[in-house]
Ligand binder design. Structure first.
Ligand code: MCN
Ligand code: CUN
Length: 784
């Protein structure tokens, strides 16, 4: 790993040179001359009418420059903003507050402390209303109506969505020997990136140009939304996403704080910085999951799957602010048939409002594939439990076979490529599955408190949205641009619409160009995250950067290579047809000595060399990549746990993850992505939940309450790989950024429940804290 590969291969991240020296440049590092500081006043109630807001004392604070309320914004027609799901969300509340932590007022002051102090001087008179915390309660006829801002609305119902074939599914269920049914909850969790959300807004009163430095995973989409909301042309708005300290989906949406910073800058004529603190991040920004699911599997008595039926109640919080392609209100949950050969499938999802923070698509979810994979993988274990079959064997029996690819699923997804049995076999070998089962049998026979559990999960993801004709966000089609320019000296700059939050794009995208052109990655500068400097595109989420922008990069590099060929033919005075490419140079077929390196060609392309008619000089290309299909990475995971029956404590003893993301650009970065996702899985399975009390009080406002896994809770991950290239992606790569978060929670939960199997425990909901495990074991009535 000491030498830089001229293409794919493990190399250290180029960006680490600045990160390891503490020289990253995050939003909170930005300091502009005359910059003021904003702070948000938040609602203490989950549901309350606003009777009055008195800001006079705050305005009298000597360091306060402006106090903005919902009423101020209403005057500018900015009190409400569009969400990414065609709903509206209050920027600052005018009529009611609808979740604890909702934004009520914004103070701009000379420093952060004064802004915070002044929040205490704002006097808001609230009239408390009964809150709706539970998704089922939200649908009861007498439930308080949360969204009475919409005239004529009489309930909390948002949408009904279904997919699959109901009749065909009912038919296979009618002839099944066995039907396994299980209710389960994927709890509300939070992506909790290291860096919270923030913005520095700078409206130049002279030029009328607005610059927003902000934590965003989608700078171009944000710019267009600002343009639509503010009525400004896009060229008068520049969105800059500097270094991002983790996004995990938390930074896809637009938050009221960003808009308030913009308004604050317009009102004061100065740059305004707003950066939320940890509690604000946890209580008010995009949560993840909160899916109440009922799964049903139909099978023959020897475990051949026939059908799957699913019902979901989706808790979207107070505003429908989930980020997903318009046609998919439940995200890509439609892939719930998982990795299995099944005859029929049907699913219904109902979305509801509750008095909780909005969000829903975050935390490495691949647009809700986390929920879908958890459901089907938990159901497989439930069925194995009912049939008393080995869960790995049951999976092996039902996995899609290699010859079935490309495979059209029963809900209409075209899985591009896969060899599932190979991946599962590999994982089972790596973990020594048979030996573990033997050890488990021995331990069970011996009795005692130390239980061994082995949990298997298999996942298929669909990542890399579009194509644009099926997928858009707020009407913006999901295609992404790339531009590549090779300078006369043969150094290159690649401009991308996607935005790294820690995934190492500055390295891996340079590696794609390096592989295609034979220019060292060190000589390729990757520019992203600045709308004034990059082509339009929808950004980074749903692990779409490699599938979409990575493809765009390969395409522009190949276009440059084609141009280089013509220049080389002019240089060598031969026909282009007589040239052959090897990495880094064009040479004359049959005469390898007669060739020109890409660097020589770059210089010649900018020189006085005469080029054929119609061929422009210089060496550059651009493209907009509209993916023909999603890519379908997959993997087989096995988790091994020791469970202390006396205390309910779970220790993850071993974890084997075999991932297939097609061709790997940088295996070390891929492994890093997988390691992170596996830790997420342990966190969600064993310790994380965004809890609320019955009044809607948020109980996870700090990392003392909302727990993050550390190295203490994680084993030394053991990874394996198979490589099944995507047939439609120019370099055969599939996305991987969310794979492990999607695939691992089920493996951990299945492992814990496997340990508890002799006690007749068939299911328990995440998080499997010691108390939850103990209660499941002892059948405590405390456990619901
Ligand atoms: N890669 C590769 N070979 C492949 C696939 C990917 O070398 N076959 C590399 C990519 O080039 C990129 C990284 O792996 O450097 C992740 O690529 P990809 O799967 O395309 O995912 P994205 O870059 O689109 O990242 C988004 C994804 C999402 S949606 C979440 S959520 C998440 C995740 O990435 N957030 C992260 N991983 C994260 N990692 C960090 N450190 N921080 C986050 O916020
Ligand atoms: Cu769903 S979290 Mo990622 O797609 O940014």
């Amino acid at each position: 790993m000491t030498t830089t590969p001229m293409g794919y291969g493990s190399m250290h991240r180029k960006e680490d040179a600045r990160f390891l020296r503490g020289r990253g440049n995050y939003v909170d590092d930005i300091a502009l001359p005359g910059m003021l500081h904003g702070a948000v006043l938040r609602s203490p109630f989950a549901h309350a009418r606003i009777v009055s807001v008195d800001t006079s004392a705050a305005e009298a604070h000597p360091k306060v420059r402006a106090v903005i309320t919902g009423e101020t914004l209403a005057g500018l027609d900015l009190a409400w903003m569009p969400t990414l799901s065609h709903d509206v969300q209050a920027v600052l509340a005018t009529d009611k507050v609808r979740f604890q932590g909702q934004e009520v007022a914004f103070v701009v002051a000379e420093d952060r402390y004064s802004a915070r102090d002044a929040l205490e001087l704002i006097d808001v008179d609230y009239e408390a209303l009964p809150p709706v915390v539970d998704a089922r309660r939200a649908l009861e006829p007498d439930a308080p109506v949360i969204r009475d801002d919409v005239e004529g609305r009489t309930d909390n119902h948002i949408f009904d969505w279904e997919t699959g074939d109901k009749q065909a599914t009912d038919d296979v269920f009618a002839r099944a020997d066995v039907v396994a049914v299980q209710d389960m909850l994927y709890p509300r969790v939070h992506p909790a990136p290291m860096e919270t959300c923030g913005a520095v807004a700078d409206m130049d009163p002279v030029t009328g140009k607005l610059t927003v430095y902000t934590t965003t995973q989608a700078p171009h989409a944000h710019r267009t939304i600002y343009a639509l909301v503010a009525g400004l042309p896009e060229h008068k708005i520049r969105v800059v996403s500097p270094d991002i300290g983790g996004g995990f989906g938390n930074k896809v949406g637009i938050y009221p704080g960003y808009v308030c910073a913009v308004v604050g800058s317009i009102v004061t004529g100065k740059p305004v910085k707003w950066v939320e603190d940890r509690s604000e991040n946890l209580m008010s920004t995009s949560f993840a999951r909160d899916y109440h699911m009922r799964g049903e599997l139909a099978s023959t008595k020897d475990g051949k799957l026939l059908g799957i039926r699913v019902k979901v109640l989706a808790d979207h919080g107070a505003f429908n602010g989930t980020a997903q392609p318009t046609k998919f209100p439940a995200g890509f949950f439609g892939v719930f048939t998982g990795s299995y050969d099944i005859e029929a499938a049907h699913c219904e999802v109902t979305g509801v409002y509750t008095n909780k923070a909005p969000g829903g698509v975050a935390y490495a979810c691949s647009f809700r594939i986390t929920e879908a994979v958890y459901l089907v993988e938990r159901m497989m274990d439930v069925l194995a439990f009912d049939l008393d079959l080995d869960p790995a064997e049951l999976r092996m029996k039902n996995l899609l076979r290699p010859e079935q690819f490309p495979y059209e699923s029963k809900t209409g997804w075209e899985y591009d490529s896969g060899d599932y049995p190979r991946a599962l076999r590999k994982a089972l070998e790596l973990v020594h599955y048979d030996e573990l089962r033997a050890e488990q049998a021995k331990r069970r026979e011996a009795g005692g408190e130390n239980l061994l559990g082995i949990g298997v999960s298999f996942f298929t993801e669909a990542v890399g949205a579009g194509p644009r004709k099926h997928m858009d966000i707020l009407g913006l089609g999901m295609a992404d641009g790339a531009e590549l320019r090779v300078h006369p000296t043969g150094k290159a700059v690649l401009r991308l619409s996607c935005q790294t939050q820690g995934q190492g794009h500055e390295t891996t995208f340079a590696q794609i160009v390096a592989e295609e052109l034979g220019i060292s990655p060190d000589d390729i500068d990757v520019v992203h995250g600045d709308t004034d400097q990059t082509p339009f595109g929808l950004g980074t989420y749903g692990s779409r950067s490699t599938p979409v922008s990575g493809a765009a990069t390969a395409v522009v590099a190949r276009r440059v290579r084609d141009r280089a060929k013509i220049v080389a033919s002019a240089m060598l005075e031969v026909s282009p047809d007589d040239l052959e490419w090897e990495k880094g140079r064009w040479f004359v077929k049959g005469d390898p000595e007669a060739g020109k390196s890409i660097q020589d060609i770059a210089m010649a392309a900018h020189s006085s060399l005469e080029l054929p008619e119609g061929v422009e000089g210089h060496l550059d290309a651009s493209c907009v990549y509209n993916p023909p299909n999603l890519t379908y990475p997959f993997g087989a995971y096995v988790c091994v746990v020791d469970v202390d029956a006396g205390t309910g404590q779970v220790r993850v003893r071993d974890f084997v993850a075999v991932d297939d993301c097609g061709v790997r650009i940088n295996p070390m970065i891929v492994e890093g992505q997988v390691h992170g996702g596996l830790a997420d899985g342990v966190g969600m399975a064993l310790m994380q939940v965004m809890a609320f009390d019955e009044d809607g009080n948020h109980l996870g406002g700090s990392f003392m309450d909302y727990l993050l896994p550390t190295s203490m809770e994680c084993p030394s991950w053991r990874l394996g790989e198979t490589v099944t290239p995507s047939p439609h992606h120019p370099i055969g790569a599939k996305g991987v950024g969310e794979s492990a978060t999607v695939g691992s929670p089920a493996a951990v939960v299945n492992a814990v429940l496997d340990a508890l199997k002799p006690y007749g425990v068939r299911h328990a909901d995440m998080p499997l804290t010691p108390a939850a495990v103990w209660s499941a074991l002892h059948g405590s009535p405390l456990r619901t």
